[in-house]
Design a protein around this ligand. Structure first.
Ligand code: SF4
Length: 142
């Protein structure tokens, strides 16, 4: 994998395919990987939130965080890596908390059967993981 990034988040994307060296918009590889990682983590939160809602368990603080975190990934004006890192850390924290809630509410549930983002382990996660996943997602789309 020679490319530094893989982003096709918007219509400006290079050659109509993906920005792979740096973004046409100015996004750098680090910001791209952080945004991908944030979205992936939010997917994990969403998987647990969705199932908890079936038991009428709602977590407004987490819901609000998800909306704000998603917004940090759709703007093409905020490529502040420090802000993105802090958003990612908070995403990990919320994912850990909601997972604990889920295990309390569904003690018998085999969480290994849940989709991959729900099983993300923050301490084992790296920028390389984000990049690998972005490329593998591309392969399944084409
Ligand atoms: S958001 Fe930026 S890096 Fe991503 S596809 Fe659009 S122009 Fe390229």
């Amino acid at each position: 994998m020679n490319e530094k990034m893989f982003c096709r988040q918007c219509e400006q994307t290079a050659m109509g395919k993906a920005c792979t060296k740096s973004g046409v918009c100015g996004k750098n590889p680090e910001a791209s990987a952080l945004m991908d990682s944030i979205i992936y983590t939010l997917q994990g939160i969403g998987i647990y939130s969705d199932k908890l809602r079936e038991k009428n368990k709602v977590y407004p603080d987490i819901d609000r965080f998800v909306i704000e975190a998603l917004f940090t990934t759709v703007t093409n004006v905020n490529f502040d890596s420090e802000k993105l890192k802090s958003t990612l850390e908070m995403s990990f924290q919320h994912l850990g908390n909601i997972k604990k809630e889920f295990i309390n509410i569904y003690p018998e549930y085999d969480i290994s059967q849940l989709p991959e983002p729900a099983l993300l382990k923050a301490e084992k996660f790296s920028r390389n993981d984000a990049l690998k996943r972005a490329f593998s997602m591309e392969q399944t789309r084409t």
